[in-house]
Every structure is written in C-alpha cells, then in structure tokens.
Design a protein around this ligand. Sequence first.
Ligand code: NAD
Length: 486
Amino acid sequence: MTTTGIDARKMLIGSEWCEAEGGKTLDVVNPATEEIIATVPAAGPTDVDAAVRAARAALDGPWAAMPARDRGRLLWKLGERLMERADEVARLETLHNGKPITESRHIEIPMAAECFQYYAGWADKIQGATIPVKGNALAYTLREPVGVVAAIVPWNFPLLLTSWKVAPALACGNTVVIKPASQTPLTAIALGEIALEVGFPPGVLNVVTGPGASVGQAIVEHPGIDKIAFTGDTSTGKGIMRGSADTLKHITLELGGKSPNVVLADADLEAAVRGATTGIFYGKGEVCAAGSRLLVDRAIKDEFMTKLVARTKKMVAGDPMDPRTRFGAQSSKSQLERVLRYVEIGKTEGAVLVAGGSRADIGTGRGYFMQPTVFDGVTPDMTIAREEIFGPVLATIEFGDLDEAIARANDSMYGLAAGVWTRDIKKAHYVARKLKAGTVWVNTYNVYDTALPFGGYKQSGFGREMSAYALEHYTQVKSVWVDLNM
Ligand code: NAD
C-alpha cells in the first residue's frame, strides 16, 4: 500500500489493510477534472464492528499499558512524520477536495501536524485533583479516557478536522475509529499509514471508509463506541444525537454556520475588504465558519462595495494543483449544483448580483468550478441570508446603527463565528460580547490556533475542539475516596 500513486486504497482495521466485507467499493473523484482518482472500500456494519473490536482490544491492552509520556512522544512523531510527508499528503488533499495546493501544503497540513504536536504536550499533563472532604479521608480524582471514540469528519477540511478530533482523543488515552467523508477518504488513510509507521500499536487508530448512511449509522448504533466527535451538517448532527440516545454515547457536534462579518463605519476599509473576501472565499466558501453574511454600515456601503467587487472580480478559479491558484474547485458536482441553486434563489427573491454568479471554466471544460459571487441588497428574511450555502456566495445586508448591526448579526439559528471591523476599541469589545457566536474575530477573519477553542453556539453545535477545553470531552472523571480512620 502506498499513498504516492492513485489507485485502490484499503482501510485500516487493527494492523490490517482491508477491503470491505462483500468487496463493495466507492469511487473518489477529483472535482477539478471530474476523473475517478481512486477507489476505496465501501464498508458496512460488519467492518465497523471489526474496527470497534480492534480499538477496544488496543484500549484494554497495549495502549492502556503505555506511559502517558510515551503516548505524547508518539503523537509528536506523528506530527513530525506528517510534515516530512507533507508534499504527498497535501497533494492527496487537493486531489480529492479541489482546494488550492497552497492551502493544503502551507496551511492545512502544517496545522494538522501542529495539532498533533500541541496535544503531544498535553498527554502527560492530564491530571486529577486532591479534594478536601468531610471525615478522615483522602479523596482525589482521576481523569480517565472515555474509551473508543468515533471521529466522523466532513469533506471540506478532511485531514485538519480529523486531527482536531484524533489528537486530543489519543492524548487522553482513548482509541479511535475514523470515518472520513465518502468524497475525501484519502488523507485519513494516509494518516493511518503514518500512525503505523511511527509506531502506534495496532488498533489505536482505525480508518473505516464508506457512506454516511451505512458506516455513519453503524457507528451511531454500535454499543462498543463510547463517544462520537462529529463535524458536518446540522441535520446530520441532530440525527446522530437522536441515534446515540439508545446507547447514551458522549457526543460533541460541530455543525453548520451562517456567520456575520460586521463592518462598522470607522473600520479600516482596505483591511475590512480583504477580510470580507478571505472570510467568504477561503476554501471556496466551503468553510463552516465562512463569513457568509456581510453586514455593512449604510454610511460607507457604496465605497465599501466598490472596493469589494473590484477585489472579488480579480479572484478567478484555477487549477488547484497550480501553486499560484488561490481559488479551487467546489468539492463535488452536487455541491456546485447546490451553490448555483442558491444563486438562482437569491436573484428570484430580489437580491442584486454584483459579482460572479455562474459556473467557471478554467479552460479545460471540466471541473466543478464556480465564480466567487457577491450579492448586494440582501434583506434578513431572504433565503440566502438565512440558509447555509456552503459555497463562495456572499450576502450583503446594510444596517443603520450599532444596535441594528448586532440584532441582525444575531438573527440566525446558527452561532459558529462572527467578525467585527472597527478602529474603536470600546465598540470592538462591546460587539464581541454581544455577538452570540463561539468565535468572534476583531479586525481579522478565519484565523485559528490549536491553543484556542473552536465550536458553536445555538444550532452550530456544542463542545469545543482544539485547546485545553477539548480535553474535557475526551476524559471522564473518577472520584476515589480512601477511608483513613485507624
Ligand atoms: P454531512 O453531515 O453530510 O457529512 C459529514 C460526515 O457525516 C460525513 O463523514 C458523512 O459521511 C457522515 N454522515 C452522513 N450521514 C450520516 C449519518 N446518518 N450518520 C452518521 N454519519 C453520517 O456534512 P458534509 O456535507 O460532509 O459537510 C458540510 C457541513 O459540515 C456543513 O453544514 C458545514 O457547515 C459543516 N461543517 C461544520 C464545521 C464546524 O466545525 N462546525 C466544520 C466543517 C463543516
């Protein structure tokens, strides 16, 4: 098995590279060329069961016996090896997702590696407390792993979102079953290969590929899985929550968003224009935290929109494998069609299309490319202001004063992220406190650090990924009471 060529890949259960039981496969398509680039197993419940058994055996065996510091060393090595193989892994990420190679190679693979190395440092610092209690007793707490963790991952940041789940899970002593999205399984498979290469005991990290409807559902129902860490669509998250009730799994959900990016009249307009475009167009808009609702003060809106439209028109889709490309292909045909449907809805409901709006052609006549798209004149009740498009479509809404800006920003069922642009430090903090979102960026957008928690308010989910906060979700607390009466 090699990840350097494009071929049939297998999934990892224990130390075995396996086909799905029954031999079914799934095609993986390059969205920039529409070509099939690999086939992977289309697993079913039997395969999930095998992976859970392998994960349980490792959990009760070599992984539990390994000193925490050694677990940390392995995590560090995993990050190190990932960077040594970054060219190859980034290439896979771009081939199955369509994102520019620059984003894969210089941003996302390094961030994934950093995540493993950040949590490497936590492995031997997960500790309980000694707690004074009544009577003559010694009482203390232990922080223990939750058990077998399933990581269910979407297709937009395949490896990075996997690392946000797997790294803290392993640091805390859990074992994992990774279920990548069916469109983008290649880098999860590469991660499995690297984990074995650096010496993780078999079964600590398993990768089961296949559709959400079969593999995902089997994970939800499996009694041997103790926790699900999920990122994906809000409706899928609700189904996972309902389905997990019977076995009372721990769950964390990172779901959709319709994040507001608020530009006040005193903002540095050049910086805000840059922030508004990267806020929506990074990752072709297939970013859960994308700043897809642009709220602009009426007093500066004309000037702002002129600059924004000029900048947007300079952004053109290109071959994702070309290092100069900054805007790649939408991840799949269905995703491109979904974006185009929303563009039509926007026009029908009376929004004003000021940039893009159509499928793009990079000169090959193939690939799921879209033009970066901006709508002006959007009102808060329009579909494109309310629903997550998950593509490069910006909906611009104007406001008259600060209170109106805050009310409009919060007028969403989602609450994943938000941005505010202002030179007034008091207004910046005021707005940051008023916005109902898990992350608020001030005078910047779409920046992340492994040390800072990320997660949603409202229907954007619950639980936090990255940072020390994530450790809470991958450990459970045991109280030990020792009677000291002589
Ligand atoms: P999706 O919910 O369709 O799929 C996500 C994962 O869940 C995939 O691995 C899929 O195979 C699996 N899945 C599908 N049906 C399942 C089921 N019934 N049971 C268990 N698993 C199932 O979402 P998607 O289309 O892959 O991703 C796009 C969505 O993800 C967007 O809504 C986006 O906002 C959200 N997202 C959120 C974050 C965040 O951090 N909050 C990050 C990235 C993406």
